[in-house]
Design a protein around this ligand. Sequence first.
Ligand code: DX5
Ligand code: ZN
Length: 217
Amino acid sequence: MTTLIAPSMLASDFSKLGEEVRAVAAAGADYIHLDVMDGHFVPNLTFGPDIIKALRPHTDKVFDVHLMISPVEPYLEAFAKAGADIISVHPEATPHLDRCLQVIKGLGKKAGIAINPSTSERVLDYALEKADLICVMSVNPGFGGQAFIPEMLEKIARIRDLIRGRDIRLEVDGGVNPETGALCARAGADVLVAGSAVFKDGPAHYRAKIEAIRAAA
Ligand code: DX5
Ligand code: ZN
């Protein structure tokens, strides 16, 4: 599978989110990664379904919605209706992972499982068959611009093994740049989320930054 690049809008200019989405889409983004934070499951706040709905007309790219909220179940339908294509939930944020995956699929969306750095890949043992994407968090969720946790490379490789021939994407989120992205791809990742590495030097550089990560992978 080719490696997909998913710029995280968390690192973009929130005062002009629509423009920023169009800019990274035009610069070659494969997915648009949208980080939803609730100030409870993670120590930060971002945006909810209304903002995602407002962004939807700006691009046809896949909206990869990463929910860092607890409880999560009451909001799945709202994110589906807002235009999410992939909805990822954290097993650490719900006692009902299986039900969440079923609900997401029932809403006609792809279901993702995002796991924190200290969470074992064993959490996937009875959930993998219902997932379309596994997201390995390579930082502790809540903030952009943190350093990649190198121990996650081993986890990526183990999950690649678990997935084997299944049609499941393996995403890495946090601290991804051309160097760490290359290591992740070598370990088996095929979707790389990148926030600060894409956005830090402004719109004139989005294409080059995305291409640099893609080329390294
Ligand atoms: C962190 C978010 C990430 C974040 C990545 O909680 O889930 O998507 O935006 O940002 P960088 O690439 O700057 O680590
Ligand atoms: Zn994320």
